[in-house]
Design a protein around this ligand. Structure first.
Ligand code: Q9C
Ligand code: ZN
Length: 336
């Protein structure tokens, strides 16, 4: 399978994040990227599709903010990672902000998403990897893998969150639609609900979004991913949420996966964008499912049986020592 990445993705290296009231080392670390590359090998450097496909999903003011935020942080005399502390939870509107602190709050949903010096370039090339994988599938490959880092599924059209800045899966799905590749479904198997992807397509009948994730009653992102969220307006019925309890093992997971794949088939998808996170692994330090390494091969095989051309984009997975093996095992399973 063709794999895509870019060396600048390693330059995104925030120092720390706020975790349950403590500052801890940033879980979405460059070592993740190195481990996946080492285990999968043979990755190609992504090609540049420019800002166009990014701006088809994301607000232009938000993209400009991402590009300039760290520079403004430094210009304000700050050190370390740029991070906000005031969030407009009511009546957020596009005001002209001066202070970098105001911008950071206006364009983020949480304090898990610091901006460091290499963040913009990494996010840009992460998205270009997803677009390069789409090119490969458009050219006839059954599937291709974008080693996206930073991940994307928590980022909405005009906000960052959950280690995500640009929504790689949404960018690939929108580009596939624009290229006339038929009806596009997104399946999100990261441990956390893909709230940003859901938000982007919530009112859209053109893209089906299905997500299997930890119940937001107990887990981040808390406010989205509940089973009663089914889309709105013309998009009513084109969102499917399958929350599962902490401790879920392969037996229960497989049933939800079959339900999601069944719904995607019924909807009449012509192609699939898969948001793949390995944080469903039993050993994940910030997650609480119970999948074993071999289960990722089973997951891959089942998804392959759907028979859809598939763009795979990397999302989370924080058990760094097992991450390369888990991703390689998944790619092996989906290739069988
Ligand atoms: N107390 C992805 O897997 N951190 N993002 C919450 C924990 C956010 C995970 C803080 C976790 C985001 C792509
Ligand atoms: Zn996750």
């Amino acid at each position: 399978m063709r794999l895509f990445h870019h060396p600048l993705q390693s330059e995104h290296a925030p120092e720390r994040e706020l975790h349950n009231g403590d500052w801890v080392p940033f879980a979405e670390c460059p070592e993740r990227f190195a481990q996946i590359l080492a285990a999968c090998g043979g990755a190609e450097v992504a090609s540049d599709h420019g800002a166009g496909p990014i701006l088809s999903v994301h607000d232009a003011g938000y993209v400009r903010f991402l590009e300039q935020a760290h520079g403004e942080w430094v210009a304000a005399g700050r050190k370390g990672d740029a991070i906000g502390y005031t969030f407009p939870v009511v009546r957020r509107r596009p005001l002209e902000f001066d202070r970098i602190d105001a911008k950071l709050g206006a364009w983020s949903m949480d304090a898990s998403t610091p901006i460091a010096s290499g963040t913009w370039n990494a996010a840009y090339w992460s998205a270009q990897g997803a677009l390069s994988a789409l090119d490969a599938v458009a050219a006839g490959e059954r599937r291709a893998f974008a080693l996206c880092r930073p991940p994307g599924h928590h980022a909405g059209a005009d906000y960052m969150g959950g280690y995500c800045y640009l929504n790689n899966a949404a960018i690939a799905a929108r580009a596939a639609g624009d290229r006339g590749m038929g009806r596009v479904a997104i399946l999100d198997v990261d441990y956390h609900h893909g709230n940003g992807t859901q938000d982007i397509f919530y009112a859209s009948p053109d893209v089906f979004f299905a997500s299997i994730h930890a119940d937001p009653v107990t887990d981040y992102p808390f406010y989205w991913g509940h089973a009663d969220e089914r889309g709105e307006g013309e998009g009513e019925g084109s969102t499917l949420n399958l929350p599962l309890p902490r401790g879920t093992d392969w037996t229960a997971y497989a049933q939800a996966l079959d339900a999601a794949l069944g719904a995607i088939g019924e909807w009449g998808a012509d192609m699939l964008v898969l948001s793949f996170g390995a944080d469903t692994f039993a050993g994940d330090p910030i997650s609480s499912f119970a999948l074993q390494t071999d289960d990722f091969a089973r997951m891959g095989e089942r998804i392959a049986q759907a028979g859809l051309p598939t763009v795979i984009v990397m999302e989370g997975g924080y058990a760094v020592d097992d991450l390369g093996t888990n991703v390689a095992t998944f790619l092996d399973g989906i290739s069988r």
